[in-house]
Design a protein around this ligand. Structure first.
Ligand code: NAD
Length: 355
């Protein structure tokens, strides 16, 4: 066993079906008496249900959360926090809502209780991405990490199957990169392997029976494990590439992750034998790249960057941007290989041409 450092993140996790009803108890545990509930406009009805679960502790609902955590939305929400003298926030929704809660916590240190409704995984990380004047910046801080996360399987039942599948591939990407991260450790590897195993086994069942609570429970459990990996390691080429493409071409988050993942894994595979062995074990298959591609096809989700709005002529610029900002990746980056990788992901060839 090689030496390693393991730093646990101090979040409390409640997992199960019907667990949202424990919201009042969890607020009490944190000593919170004036909760502001956050959600997107589309999840306002769900926020009303959260008001019931939390009882008289709720002082208001801010239903203005939106993608990419724009700073002007955060500033509006902060005024509501101030006006209502809120002493804590409840974020109910996906990564967009959770991002708003984190942005408020960063500025006020208010405690956060999060009820995730997608598999994107932001709730387990001390990371916040914000946008201002079209520019996205990312930062880490212990203040950003939510105090309590209530995973209620019932809240994920309404997430449509294609969005669920995309969100799950996004989660798998966190675990895959954690397996070869420079700061990975044996505990994270266990969680990553189990997260991938659970999601890869549950995804075909999700397509067949999307409303089966047992399948949704596995999906959420796997997503939690993967998001813990994201919050505890440094991500590599895959996340950097998706961030670059998302910013440059305004591509949708989960779709970009889903499409790019098999190609980056294929690129890194020759230099990550331990991670590949763990992935083979987790997927019960000796070809993780093709397993991912086959699963994506079965889920009938976009398989090519050209199909989600990336222009082919953007490839060269994206490669330049990637090479200009060095970061951790097990395989050194070269212009030719990166260009080939992106050409394949753009066309959705699914081929094995990346040497
Ligand atoms: P999202 O929060 O934007 O949700 C997508 C849409 O689905 C929204 O309109 C939402 O209202 C709706 N929705 C959510 N749950 C639903 C449900 N159960 N049923 C029906 N509709 C539902 O998207 P997301 O994929 O959860 O999150 C993506 C965002 O999170 C990105 O901006 C990404 O950058 C961020 N993110 C951040 C981190 C981090 O660590 N900071 C990690 C992962 C993702």
């Amino acid at each position: 066993m090689e030496s390693f450092i393991y730093q646990a993140q101090p979040a409390r996790v409640i997992f199960g079906s019907g667990t949202a009803a424990q919201l009042a108890d969890e607020a009490q545990r944190l000593g919170l008496k004036r909760l502001l509930i956050l959600c997107t406009p589309g999840q306002a009805a769900l926020a009303e249900r959260a008001r019931q679960w939390a009882g008289e502790r709720v002082v208001g609902i801010f239903a203005g959360a939106t993608m990419h955590t724009p700073v002007d939305v955060t500033e509006r929400a902060l005024r509501v926090v101030q006006d209502l003298h809120a002493d804590g926030v409840v974020s109910i929704g996906g990564g967009s809502t959770i991002g708003l809660g984190k942005a408020i916590a960063l500025r006020t240190d208010l405690p956060q209780i999060v009820l995730p409704t997608t598999y994107a995984g932001s709730e387990m990380t001390p990371i916040l991405g914000e946008t201002k004047d079209g520019l996205k910046t990312t930062q880490r801080s212990p203040r950003i990490l939510p105090e309590t996360v209530i995973y209620d399987v019932d809240l994920s039942l309404s997430l449509p199957s294609p969005i669920s599948a995309l969100s799950a591939f996004n989660a798998i990407a966190h675990a895959v990169e954690a397996l070869y991260a420079p700061d990975t450790n044996p505990i994270i590897s266990l969680m990553a392997q189990e997260g991938v195993r659970t999601l890869v086994r549950a995804l075909p069942q999700l397509i067949e029976t999307p409303h089966d609570p047992a399948v949704r429970s596995d999906m959420l459990y796997g997503a939690w494990l993967c998001s813990y990996c994201l919050g505890n390691t440094t991500m590599g080429l895959h996340h950097k590439l998706c961030h670059t493409l998302g910013g440059a071409f305004n591509l949708p988050h989960a779709e970009t992750h889903t499409i790019v993942l098999p190609y980056v894994l294929e690129f890194n595979a020759p230099v990550i034998p331990d991670a590949m062995a763990r992935l083979c074990h987790a997927m019960n298959d000796d070809d993780p790249v093709n397993t991912l591609l086959a699963l994506e096809r079965a889920c009938r989700i976009p398989m090519a960057l050209k199909d989600i709005g990336m222009p082919e002529e953007g490839i060269a610029g994206a490669v330049q941007q990637l090479l200009a900002n060095p970061y951790a990746n097990p395989r050194p980056l070269e212009t030719i290989e990166l260009t080939t990788l992106l050409e394949h992901a753009w066309a959705g060839t699914g081929s094995r041409a990346i040497g």
